[in-house]
Design a binder for this molecule. Structure first.
Ligand code: NAD
Ligand code: UDP
Length: 319
């Protein structure tokens, strides 16, 4: 039994992480400022004796005694992280400094939820961890991409200088139940639009690609990385290697929902990566992990969840 802090623990991935860790019997502290999430994501855990919820912003210091920290607090969808780009950068950088300081003081192991966005619009395909990326440092995505890159730098410097026990995972596009239905990400947009028989908005020609990983596979890999005993620090890519064009994704969502929606084109956002696919050789070697959920099955589960919620319960992000 470990005392575990999950920042961003009320979010899409964080809430499932808390659920898994509570079920494993750990003492879990969920810390969140609810910028892009709502308490309903963790409401089912509130009565458990080994779960605690704290409203706190990680740009500010906090003093807690824990054995492990999963640092997942950060808006992740382009519409969310561009809402207040300066705050996004502060969350990544000051949040990393505060959580690394906490880990250093407690002697805790700390894992950073980094991202495939550190590769920017990649010139290497598929992306390996040694690829240094192609990020526009002054573009509209930079607050997130560069913030996450700076956080990786801080993690490695605390590791080298202060011997903090760090782990870095680079997460590729992940989807599943509890995605914010209005986060503007492609999976949530397409499912919501299909279920309401609204036009499905393809940005650009829809030939850009992404590789979509189901939430449960992703969280499994992250927990393995945290508990890896080889001293493997990473960074390690975590994602599904199935690569789909955005148009293929739209067609699959229409098929699975039986929707009457039509595909329409909208302008491609600036700096939108043209293709993305993880090389997961390192994850397989060090974590004994490969994703097991095909896109079709994961989407079916996600659609089922979207059908079960009331969209009026969700609100756009607030400052
Ligand atoms: P999410 O928006 O659902 O979760 C992020 C959580 O962090 C939310 O609950 C939000 O309220 C909280 N948060 C934001 N700023 C905060 C702050 N300053 N202080 C405290 N809490 C704060 O997104 P998610 O998809 O669950 O992402 C979780 C983590 O995984 C993020 O760090 C994200 O960058 C990373 N990630 C996710 C994906 C993906 O495809 N889902 C891909 C790459 C990386
Ligand atoms: N996208 C789209 N329609 C939408 C939302 C997104 O065509 O309604 C595209 C977007 O331009 C990008 C891809 O889908 O090429 C994935 O977008 P998302 O925001 O989900 O993730 P990211 O770009 O961060 O990988």
């Amino acid at each position: 039994m470990q005392r575990i802090l999950v920042t961003g623990g009320a979010g899409f991935l964080g809430s499932f992480m808390c659920e898994r860790l509570v079920a494993e019997g750990h003492d879990v502290i969920c810390l969140d400022n609810f910028f892009t999430s709502q308490k309903t994501n963790v409401a089912h855990l509130l009565g458990k004796p080994n779960f605690e919820l704290i409203r706190h912003d990680i740009t500010l210091p906090i003093f807690l005694e824990v054995d492990q920290v999963y640092n997942m607090g950060c808006p992740a969808a382009p519409g969310h992280y561009q809402y207040n780009p300066i705050k996004t950068m502060k969350t990544s950088v000051m949040g990393a400094i505060n959580m690394l300081g906490l880990a250093k003081r407690c002697g805790a192991r700390i894992l950073q939820a980094s991202t495939s966005e550190v590769y920017g619009d990649p010139e290497e395909h598929p992306q390996t961890e040694s690829y240094r990326g192609n990020v526009n440092p002054i573009g509209p995505r930079a607050c997130y991409d560069e913030g996450k890159r700076a956080a990786e730098t801080l993690f490695m410097d605390y590791h080298r200088m202060n011997k903090v026990d760090v782990r870095i995972v680079r997460i590729f596009n992940t989807y599943g139940p509890r995605m914010h239905p209005y986060d503007g990400r492609v999976v949530s947009n397409f499912i919501r639009q299909a279920l309401q028989n609204e036009d499905i908005t393809i940005f650009g020609d829809g030939q850009q690609t992404r590789s979509f990983c189901f939430r449960d596979d992703l969280v499994d890999a992250i927990i393995r990385m945290m508990n890896n005993t080889e001293g493997f620090v990473g960074p390690v890519n975590i994602g599904n290697q199935g690569e789909f064009t955005i148009r293929e994704l739209a067609e699959l969502v229409i098929e699975l929902t039986g929707s009457k929606s039509k595909l329409i084109q909208q302008p491609l956002p600036a700096d939108d990566p043209t293709r993305r696919k993880p090389d997961i050789t390192l994850a397989t070697k060090h974590l004994g992990w490969t994703p097991t959920t095909p896109l079709r099955d994961g989407l079916a589960k996600t659609i089922e969840w979207f059908q079960s919620i009331d969209l009026n319960d969700y609100r756009p992000p607030t400052p």
